[in-house]
Ligand binder design. Structure first.
Ligand code: DC
Length: 216
């Protein structure tokens, strides 16, 4: 058997990464990895442990020490912390506001990259994030970058009941020094402002299948 295939799905906030990554993973029988959830978990853990968010050293130190385990549950990889998966806690407004600070710490990104690369032990992957095609799996042949207009993305977030400053989040994600959000080299860019998730995921699936066939 060859190396596991990794489909890297990067893009701006609320560009449909999660929905499409799950649809693609399901259609192809690949394992889904939400790397944003991993950063969110660390942000939640920092808040829980009272680590001050402008203290990079303290954040990196906590990241080196926390007790975690990656588990594959029904095709979705989850990062357990002290034997617990903080599913609800990582989606609160408080955690969302804290993530960019945590995600900007170089030591954290190094730790996350190693864990994310380790996910290939679960087989073929669809991995979503901000730096998957540029930094975590730069050699994968299957890179996609999703985007949509700010208006459309704000509508999608509002429909999910989330009020968030997307422009500010994108700015922080794009301007940080460590592994910033960018269009990875060789990525297929899909602006899905006027597309349904069915259309977007079908486009990705067909392109992957075509390339797999061409690769033999
Ligand atoms: O996709 P999300 O909204 O759950 O991501 C949460 C935050 O984590 C977001 O501010 C960007 C950051 N992130 C990152 O820096 N790198 C990743 N690979 C995934 C997410």
């Amino acid at each position: 058997m060859g190396e596991p295939i990794v489909i890297a799905l990067d893009g701006t906030s609320a560009s449909g990464k999660s929905t499409n990554a799950k649809l693609v993973a399901k259609a192809l029988g690949y394992t889904y990895v939400d790397t944003g959830a991993m950063y969110r978990s660390l942000a939640w853990y920092c808040l829980k442990k009272g680590v001050v968010l402008d203290n990079e050293k303290a954040i990196a130190s906590l990241c080196r020490r926390w007790k975690t385990e990656l588990r594959n549950e029904n095709g979705h990889v989850r990062l357990y912390v002290d034997g617990y998966y903080p599913e609800k806690e990582i989606r609160t407004a408080e955690t969302s506001a804290a993530v960019p600070s945590v995600a900007a710490v170089p030591g954290v990104r190094k730790w996350m990259k190693a864990r994310q690369r380790d996910c290939t032990r679960f087989g073929n992957l669809v991995m979503e994030g901000r730096d998957i095609g540029s930094n975590v799996f730069p050699d994968t042949e299957y890179k996609f970058y999703l985007d949509a207009s700010l208006d459309e993305r704000a509508k999608r977030r509002a429909a999910d009941g989330v009020d968030e400053n997307l422009a500010e989040r994108d700015k922080r994600d794009s301007q940080r020094a460590a592994a910033p959000l960018m269009i990875p080299l060789g990525a297929r860019v899909i602006n899905n402002s006027d597309m349904t998730s069915k259309e977007t995921s079908t486009l990705i699936i067909n392109e992957v299948l075509e390339r797999l066939e061409a690769a033999g």
